[in-house]
Design a binder for this molecule. Structure first.
Ligand code: NAG
Length: 266
């Protein structure tokens, strides 16, 4: 079969898979699928961080060790328009190489789903700010994820992508850093929309939910005195689902603690 034909079949197959997935979501969740399907959009994709993805740890979303957090090497940095000042942290994207545009460096018939964990800044030493310039949608993916869809020597490949619901194992996790009167709470392992719209905290000695603010990436802060108190979180994700994590943080907690809840968005 000629390469051009293969790419037509691949695109058709992708279209069918999408239709099936959408139908599934509609039957199991009669409200609206999370996130709403957008259809396939165009971007480019490069890779970073090395063959073992070690260079992708840390990152502008604040998830730290991506293996420990369950994201592994299926991760990506986003250019400015996609990153949205960190509001996109935790979102999931299904990405396919656009073989019609680039039959040489695209692997046929495969997609990879990645989580946004980092920011790809523009590089103004390159003409137009490079691949990750401020107006250009671009994925700088962990190398093992990128190599699922692209041939190493290709370097930069044209892709088609869409947001998809995130699938996570286990419940939402909270890591508390900072100090007295400044609690920095990292929210990770979020399913469905993956990204957080707003967040509140309540201490067990209070009846008031206090709003938290996004500090950076997936880190939200509170300036209240919460040290050592039993805490609850109320988290709303970007598709509008809200969950209350009642007394999820035990009394006597210390800074640096990570708590895995048993609640998850669907
Ligand atoms: C980003 O790059 C594209 C393609 O090279 C170019 O058309 C666009 O003007 C650039 N944007 C900025 C803000 O430089």
């Amino acid at each position: 079969m000629a390469p051009v034909r293969v790419s037509a079949v691949v695109l058709l197959a992708l279209g069918c898979a999408l239709a099936v997935a959408t139908a599934d979501v509609t039957t199991t969740a009669p409200s609206s699928p999370s996130p709403a399907p957008t259809g396939w959009l165009r971007a480019d994709a490069t890779f970073y961080g090395g063959a073992d993805a070690s260079g992708t740890m840390g990152g502008a979303c604040g998830y730290g060790n991506l293996y420990a957090q369950g994201y592994g090497s299926r991760t990506t940095a986003l250019s400015t328009v996609l990153f949205n000042d960190g509001a996109s942290c935790g979102q999931c994207y299904k990405i396919a190489c656009d073989r019609k545009t680039d039959p040489t460096w695209c692997k046929p018939g495969v997609t990879v789903t990645v989580t946004a964990t980092n920011f790809c800044p523009p590089n103004w030493e390159l003409p137009n700010g490079g691949w990750c310039n401020t107006t250009r949608p671009h994925f700088d993916m962990a190398q093992p994820a990128w190599e699922k869809i692209g041939v190493y020597s290709g370097g930069n490949i044209p892709v088609i992508y869409q947001r998809v619901p995130c699938v996570r194992r286990g419940g939402v996790r909270f890591t508390i850093n900072g100090h007295d009167y400044f609690n920095l709470v990292l929210v990770s392992n979020v399913a469905a929309a993956g990204s957080i719209k707003s967040m509140e905290v309540k201490a067990s000695d209070s009846n008031d939910w206090m709003p938290m603010a996004r500090n950076w990436g997936a880190n939200w802060h509170s300036l209240s005195y919460l040290t050592g108190k039993m805490l609850s979180f109320r988290v709303t994700i970007t598709d509008g689902q809200t969950l209350e994590f009642t007394n999820v943080v035990p009394p006597g907690w210390t800074f640096g603690i990570t708590i895995a809840s048993n609640l998850q968005f669907n």
